[in-house]
Design a protein around this ligand. Structure first.
Ligand code: PMP
Length: 422
């Protein structure tokens, strides 16, 4: 990432960066790029949900959705999402509004009750560990920390996690019970897993007989270009490879309809589904089927989901273009940063010189631009290179976003040139 500069040239660039930073701080900004939240206009796209089901209270199968029951969720909603999530509708569960909640519950149930194929409960084992491709999603890592599950970072490549490392680690260590994967438009680097990666994950030998892939397909339908990425079907590949119980698939409509009032899904083998349904039966007498029915009426079918996601894209794509344009104009050719150009999802990853990410985030905060804490993309909040910054462009309006990204580039120049001058 280094570009050779004469001392004079460097001092000129540093002076300009300092001046720009002073000007930036003088603006008194208050901007937030921390979380991948949908903007109000995106939520408005699903406004009709709020007036549905409009007095209707029976499902296609004649079930009164207001009542208890139906633990697996409405079949017609599962049909709509079967293709999106690559899980047969019969092996899909439609639940409450949060897939993170389902991931949490799967961990708790695996700790406290024997998962199919396991010899004992995870909590009865001396040590449990998960592989964590990095950079990754901080809330996955927070779940591991919460339950005392050791985290082992694995580097990401353009095709997904570095499979040689993954295969070696899972083959030798029976304490490794799982891996976190965001297989499409990954949070935060936008990576899409190649077919070869999916095949290797499905077929690899694991020392733990109860190894699980937590396949968090949060951005399955969230394209930003005319070339929607399709990934290979993990659940099918696991079954074919003779490891039918290996995959836990998760997804939700949080970034399709309403982040706080959508529907979440779990998909897996028949044995895993029965395991989760059995455990859920102790926890609930049935999900919110009124919300599920209104999602069926609003989205109608898989084409309805695609059309809706095109409307989402129309709002989001210009924001990603703003980020790319400003990063390119302000940091291109400086040797101070590289960044991702995702084809979907919610994030751009900015890499700054080693040892600079925390300082860039601190300077930005001082100038009124709040970013996701540096390190959040790594287990225990520790990015050993201190280089990765996650940008979440969805929530601010275009004008605010422009200001925030332009301000961020000032901070990168300031911190980067200061480091070089030392
Ligand atoms: N997984 C990933 C990878 C995410 O980025 C997010 C939201 N930022 C979630 C899960 C949260 O999903 P839900 O709203 O369904 O709990």
């Amino acid at each position: 990432m280094t570009t050779e500069l004469s001392p004079d040239a460097l001092s000129g660039l540093l002076d300009r960066a300092r001046q720009d930073y002073q000007d930036l701080a003088g603006l008194g900004l208050s901007l937030d790029l921390t979380r991948g939240k949908p903007a109000p206009e995106q939520l408005d796209l699903s406004e009709d949900l709020l007036s549905l089901p409009g007095g209707r209270h029976t499902s296609a199968g004649g079930v009164d959705v207001r009542n208890y029951g139906g633990l697996q969720g409405l079949p017609e909603l599962r049909e709509i999402f079967a293709g999106v999530l690559q899980v047969p509708a019969g092996q899909l569960l439609a639940a409450g509004n949060s897939s993170l909640e389902l991931m949490h519950d799967c961990l708790v149930h695996a700790l406290l009750s024997v998962v199919p194929g396991a010899e004992s409960r995870w909590v009865d084992q001396e040590r449990i560990a998960f592989l964590c491709p990095v950079p990754g999603y901080d809330r996955h890592f927070a779940l591991c920390e919460r339950f005392g599950i050791d985290m082992i970072p694995v580097p990401m490549t353009a095709d997904g996690p570095d499979m040689e490392t993954v295969e070696r680690l899972v083959a030798e260590d029976p304490a490794i019970k799982g891996i976190w994967c965001v297989p499409k438009y990954s949070n935060p680097d936008g990576v899409c897993y190649s077919d070869a990666t999916v095949a290797r994950l499905a077929a690899m030998s694991t020392a733990a007989p109860d190894f699980r892939i937590f396949w968090d397909n949060a951005y399955a339908a969230h394209h930003l270009t005319d070339e929607p990425v399709e990934i290979a079907d993990l659940l099918g590949a696991c079954a074919e490879a003779g490891n039918p119980d290996r995959a836990f698939v998760f997804g939700s409509t949080s970034k399709i309809t309403a982040a706080g009032a959508g529907v979440a899904f779990f998909g897996s083998s028949p044995a895993n589904l029965q395991w989760l349904l059995g455990n859920n039966a102790k926890r609930s007498i049935g999900p919110d089927k009124v919300n599920q029915l209104r999602h069926v009426m609003f989205l109608r079918d898989a084409d309805g989901v695609r059309a809706h996601m095109e409307r989402q894209r129309a709002l989001l794509q210009p924001k990603f273009e703003v980020v790319a344009r400003i990063l390119d104009a302000e940091l291109g050719g400086t040797g101070l940063a590289t960044w991702t150009s995702p084809k979907g999802g919610y994030f751009v990853t900015l890499e700054v010189p080693d040892g600079c990410a925390k300082e860039v985030v601190r300077r930005a905060a001082e100038a009124g631009i709040v970013l996701t804490p540096a390190g959040a993309t790594h287990p225990y909040g520790d990015d050993p290179r201190d280089a990765v910054i996650r940008i979440a462009p969805s929530y601010p309006g275009l004008a605010e976003l422009e200001q925030a990204i332009a301000g961020l580039t000032v901070c990168v120049r300031l911190v980067g040139y200061e480091q070089r001058a030392r």
